[in-house]
Design a binder for this molecule. Structure first.
Ligand code: ZN
Length: 406
């Protein structure tokens, strides 16, 4: 942090690619636009990152990392002093970025992101094998050099997933934070072996590694449809793996939804599955009516590598109380079944009740720090588990899924 503070005081002599020099301090970085305060006049000016020398660009990157580290330190510090640290995490984001809850918003129908997004090359270090690229809301750190064009092709899927999660009326604030200051970090690996060494699971398209709330998504390049050719890496749409959106959704889900007992498992995975099952193509999520997709995905095994839970159209389910309150470890023991049922229940609370009152009450309870039975009580809203079981079974039956709770 020492270097950051010293530079804040004295500024720096920036040099552009044509060798012109100017003394200034960094004010902020937003995408590829750097705001600087000129030493001479005290005025602020905006410059494009790409006109700066390589050393300057690396300096700016380091400045940004230091700034984030400092912010994280401050968050951790507040965390220690708050009685409900987890709750504080999201409320802190809301205060810092002036974010508003969106529980009352309409459910999105078509989510569309600009496929012509800007990609900025932040740094390319052959020796460290570290190549850093920014899209509006993401930072991609890759161990091999890619072209802007290739990065743009897959970055669109990440950006679209963020936009989708932002528009879902569930107030998952991590999807609302402006990217300029809070890029979601994605680590990309040239080969699957390195991906596995770093913690990737065999056969997985990508993995979300939660690191105390922020977390990174790690992805082998092959999952993105990035393929090695004679002249470097290129993009092949047909080879891209849509199941990745599940992991991207986890990264965008607020910590209270993802790590609280009573939610972790059936809802955290159900929500990620919900996003992943939504049809996606070229920057667009067709979010309007996905009931058929969900039913087919849960009951059968989908085509074209889309996967599916293959539970069949008629199956037995465990006692809902045990199911919803079980530990995550226990949840993952029978992952295929539990993810499938979690998705059906998530869809149920979002779309099959009279309105979303109970779902919103549940989410708000989680945000207030309620855990386990207390959080589920908000969802039950006076009903017994048996009554909820009946209602879920009754709602899914005419849609082609017969669930009998034990
Ligand atoms: Zn998951």
């Amino acid at each position: 942090m020492g270097a950051l503070l010293a530079d804040d005081v004295h500024g720096r002599v920036f040099t552009d690619t044509q060798g012109r020099k100017i003394q200034a301090e960094i004010v902020n970085l937003d995408g590829d636009r750097l705001m600087i305060k000129l030493q001479k006049t005290g005025k602020t000016a905006e410059v494009k990152m790409e006109i700066l020398s390589k050393a300057d660009r690396e300096y700016v990157m380091q400045w940004m990392r230091d700034k984030k580290a400092l912010a994280a330190q401050q968050r951790a510090h507040r965390h220690e002093h708050s009685q409900s640290g987890v709750n504080n995490h999201t409320s802190h984001l809301m205060t810092q970025y002036d974010l508003k809850e969106n529980y009352d918003a309409k459910w999105p129908r078509l989510v569309s992101t600009d496929i012509g997004i800007d990609i900025t090359v932040m740094s390319e270090d052959e020796n460290k094998r570290e190549f850093v690229y920014h899209s509006p809301n993401y930072e991609f750190v890759c161990d091999v050099k890619l072209t802007k064009n290739v990065v743009k092709k897959f970055a669109v899927m990440f950006e679209a997933t963020r936009e989708y999660c932002r528009l879902l009326p569930i107030s998952t604030m991590k999807a609302h934070v402006p990217g300029g200051e809070f890029r979601h970090k994605i680590l990309l690996f040239e080969d699957k072996e390195t991906y596995m060494q770093k913690g990737g699971m065999p056969g997985s398209a990508g993995v979300f590694v939660s690191r105390g709330g922020n977390g990174v998504v790690m992805v082998p390049l092959t999952s993105l449809g990035v393929i090695k050719g004679k002249a470097g890496y290129r993009y092949d749409y047909d080879k891209s793996n849509k199941t990745l959106t599940h992991e991207i959704a986890h990264q965008l889900t607020d910590i209270e939804y993802i790590s609280s007992p009573g939610s972790r498992g059936w809802f955290s995975e159900g929500l990620a599955e919900y996003v992943a099952v939504t049809p996606y193509r070229s920057g667009k999520f067709m979010a309007g009516s996905i009931l058929d997709e969900i039913r087919d995905y849960v009951t059968a095994y989908g085509e074209k590598g889309r996967g599916g839970r293959a539970l069949g159209e008629k199956f037995e389910a465990p006692d809902l109380e045990k199911y919803m309150l079980q530990s995550y470890e226990s949840f993952t023991q029978d992952a295929n079944f539990n993810y499938g049922l979690g998705l059906l229940m998530t869809y149920y609370i979002f779309h099959m009740e009279d309105d979303r009152t109970n779902a919103v009450a549940f989410l708000k309870a989680l945000k207030k720090g309620k855990r386990g039975q207390e959080a589920v009580d908000a969802l039950l809203n006076g009903r017994s588990y048996e009554q909820l079981e009946e209602q879920i079974a009754k709602a899914w039956k005419p849609r082609g899924v017969k669930i009998s709770f034990r």
